[in-house]
Ligand binder design. Sequence first.
Ligand code: COA
Ligand code: MG
Length: 308
Amino acid sequence: MNTWRKLRRTILSVPANNMKMIEKSAGLSADIIMLDLEDSVPLSQKDEARATAVKAVNSGIFSGKTVSVRVNPTGTAQIYKDIIALAQECRGKIESVIIPKTDRAADIHFAEGLLRSVMAESASDELIYIEPSIESAEGLENISEIASASALNISLVFGIADFTASTGGRLTSLSGHGENDESVYPGHRFHYVMSRIVSTARANGLYPIDAPFGNFRDTEGLKKSCLTATALGFEGKWVIHPDQIETVNSVFAPSQEEIERAGAIIQAYENAGSNKAGSAQIEGRMIDGATLRLAKLVHEKAELMKNV
Ligand code: COA
Ligand code: MG
């Protein structure tokens, strides 16, 4: 049984140096709360933010919620302290650590080694999983090795702004997070990157998670960004502001119309099967085994929605 099969539509990033935001996040309807120790925390507050994250996770405010923590990248003076503190003090209370700026499989081996060594100290069998964040040209080149680097991996996350910087791509908006990517390039300028992340994640049994959309006042832009991500196969998307949660939750969940259409396809296929036919038609459209698999994915997501 895959214990981490659950809705992962929204992952709310919450700066771990901000107790007010942390407390607020516990009452919001994001599927996952991600406490951030990396880029939303200034260097001078790293130790304090780590202690705040550990305290918040143990305070009980997140009871019934899935929580993850983004640690600092490999090679920084913080990552080993982050991982050791979380593995020692938050086991069973956080699902995963996100490893930002994962450039190569060795980054994941390092994180796994540290995690497993601390976890070996305790009798608990609760695991802390790993989510590599792909946000550099090097990370994208090494994505297959990264994805298969650890049995603890559960997802691949797209880090859009750092990826753009690493490739020398232009800053085409104020935040650098997902705005104008369609208008500056025919199609979408990250189509290749996003598709690569989706196919590599799925090929390795991991969840592809899309980057956040920086303009939290632009609901239409956010919706468009979600539609692009869901069309490609992303499982969920980071959000950076409470106002983004509802839109992302709704686009990443199947609509009633999609659920009904999937039900009709499954029914028609079953009827065709009982007549010994491998394909059938609905309203002049051919459906076959592949259509059935697509329809079953919709129903699987709809089943998960029942637990919300
Ligand atoms: N998590 C929890 N609460 C949040 C939040 C977040 N990510 N972002 C905003 N809020 C809260 C605010 O504290 C405020 O609460 P209040 O009404 O109880 O006072 C409310 O939501 C409205 O916030 P608003 O005033 O519109 O924005 P802001 O100026 O407080 O914050 C940002 C704007 C961008 C600084 C903030 O959303 C943020 O820090 N986001 C996360 C950034 C991040 O994690 N980056 C790294 C990952 S890419
Ligand atoms: Mg980044």
